[in-house]
Design a protein around this ligand. Structure first.
Ligand SMILES: NC(=O)c1ccc[n+]([C@@H]2O[C@H](COP(=O)([O-])OP(=O)(O)OC[C@H]3O[C@@H](n4cnc5c(N)ncnc54)[C@H](OP(=O)(O)O)[C@@H]3O)[C@@H](O)[C@H]2O)c1
Length: 273
């Protein structure tokens, strides 16, 4: 199948590791000119190096901007004023028990996940509409629909991102621009692995046994702490599995899909729709 994105200019925000990195690499494999994004420094250099080694001839460059900083969006847009493809991967997870969440936490988590993403998206959408073609994908989360007590503001922001994506899609009527969202489930990225390992360590349980219990004994107290073991595939997702759905939505193959949310959660959400 032809993805039809060769030489398209793609930005994946927060792509030096995890789902963003897997997406940037896969877009490069499809021949897109990819901008890998992070706060800069060693991790950005390392990500570029890894893609160049894995994908001979990859058209890949880095763009550094701290999206939690006041001028982060301006820094990003100054360096990269227009793109054909935007993957909104940046997130502020802000993990904290709801009882400890203060107004300032709500402000910063909603600002970082929504206002920042909205500013970036509306800017690039204008260029896509002028050009007549574009693809935008929001990386939301299955937690948008099943909030955990220690990530409620994050979940609320991820749910609102679906509304944001749909609202942007409404602006694309009659064009070849598409705006969609994916809801990944729990994915084995560097960040989640460190959360799982530290939870296992805290309970003095070997990591392998912890992961076995995670998918087979949802009633277990230390498993309940990190989420529900409702996955039908009984394992964490691989970043590449999420990336392939994102790349599909970035491609010509998904031209009939607009304003939609697709799930990539291994069946963890307990409904058909
Ligand atoms: N992992 C999961 O289980 C899971 C599940 C559902 C949804 N998601 C969503 O998928 C997306 C990716 O998650 P992930 O777990 O793969 O990665 P992540 O750990 O959330 O993000 C890592 C990336 O974020 C960048 N980053 C961090 N702070 C930044 C800042 N202030 N400004 C710019 N970039 C910043 C890092 O770049 P540098 O460190 O190089 O600056 C790195 O590239 C997120 O939107 C997340 O909400 C993840």
């Amino acid at each position: 199948m032809q993805t039809g994105i060769k030489n398209k200019l793609a930005l994946v925000t927060a792509s030096t590791q995890g789902i963003g990195f897997a997406t940037a690499k896969m877009l490069a494999e499809e021949g897109a000119a990819v901008r890998v994004h992070g706060r800069g420094g060693e991790s950005l250099d390392h990500a570029l190096e890894r893609i160049r080694q894995a994908v001979p001839g990859a058209k890949v460059q880095g763009v550094a901007a701290d999206l939690a900083a006041d001028d982060g969006v301006a820094q990003l847009l100054k360096q990269l004023p227009a793109v054909d493809i935007l993957v909104n991967g940046y997130a502020d997870t802000g993990a904290k028990m709801l009882a400890d969440v203060r107004a300032a936490d709500w402000d910063s988590i909603l600002h970082n996940n929504l206002a920042t993403t909205s500013a970036i998206s509306t800017h690039y959408l204008t260029g896509m509409l002028q050009k007549g073609w574009g693809r935008m994908v929001f990386v939301s989360s299955d937690l948008a629909l099943r909030p955990l007590p220690y990530m409620v503001p994050y979940s609320a922001a991820k749910l609102a991102q679906l509304t944001l994506a749909r609202g942007l899609a409404e602006m694309t009527a009659g064009s070849e621009v598409r705006v969609n969202a994916v809801m990944p489930g729990f994915t084995l990225t560097e960040r989640t692995e460190s959360i799982l390992r530290s939870t296992a360590d805290r309970h003095g349980i070997p990591f392998d046994r912890f992961m076995h219990d995670y998918f087979n004994d949802p009633a277990c107290s230390y498993v309940a702490e990190v989420g529900h073991a409702t996955s039908l595939i009984k394992r964490l997702l691989r970043p590449e599995e999420v990336a392939s759905m994102i790349v599909y939505l970035c491609s010509e193959l998904s031209s009939g899909t607009n304003g939609a949310t697709l799930r990539c959660d291994g069946g963890a959400t307990l409904t058909a729709l």
